[in-house]
Write a new protein. Structure first.
Length: 210
């Protein structure tokens, strides 16, 4: 990159989707970001544009300079976020949600390819390690697991005091086993544990490093 992004380009970068780095902007803005190495055009339809590692660094430098938000803030309206379970409402359109989730997962795999050593896509990348709850939830939702709803069925992903680990709860053993298989296939390590006080079974999952 030969010069800093313009104010308009910076706004496009700052508005990138938090999970995937997917960009929205005019064709001229997106093309300029690609020329400067801050974005790339996905080779498969619909040929969306995503931040490169350099683009992520530009966005993160702005976030670090700004007042720090609360951990895991609720996403703004219209911004994609994986469903962690226990949300107040379900998406209005299941078909549209499925398209969003699939696009987010493909974008995350591309981010793995661009940022992991050797371009490995079989294990989580740095973004996922910094956003454990959302990363695990995206892997589960992209595989077709339903998040917990009002009836108590489905998965629920929550942070834990342990470094690089999330807890995945479910209504029964089959749900936990299915979630464990999905996370392991997505590059996580997952094991079943019992909560001593409530005797509830849950998964403890962490990103695999190699």
């Amino acid at each position: 990159m030969t010069r800093p992004p313009t104010a308009a380009q910076r706004r496009v970068i700052d508005a990138a989707e938090p999970v995937t780095g997917r960009l929205r902007g005019t064709p001229a803005q997106l093309a300029a970001l690609v020329r400067h190495g801050l974005a790339f055009r996905h080779p498969r339809p619909p040929h969306d544009h995503f931040l490169t590692p350099a683009g992520h660094r530009v966005r993160e430098s702005a976030a670090e300079a700004a007042p720090r938000p609360a951990p895991e803030p609720a996403p703004e309206a219209g911004v994609f976020a994986a469903r962690v379970g226990g949300e107040d409402s379900a998406p209005a359109s299941a078909a549209a949600r499925l398209r969003e989730v699939r696009g987010a997962w493909q974008g995350l795999l591309e981010l793995r390819r661009m940022t992991n050593p050797g371009g490995a896509t079989d294990r989580p990348c740095g973004w996922e390690r910094a956003h454990l709850v959302r990363a695990a939830a995206l892997a589960l939702e992209a595989a077709g697991h339903p998040p917990e709803g009002p009836d108590g069925a489905g998965y629920r992903v929550r942070a834990t005091p342990q470094p690089e680990a999330v807890a995945v709860h479910g209504p029964d053993e089959p749900t936990l086993r299915a979630c464990a298989a999905t996370l392991e296939g997505a590059g996580w390590q997952a094991g079943e544990y019992t909560e001593p006080r409530t005797r509830e079974r849950y998964l403890l999952a962490s990103p695999r490093r190699a």
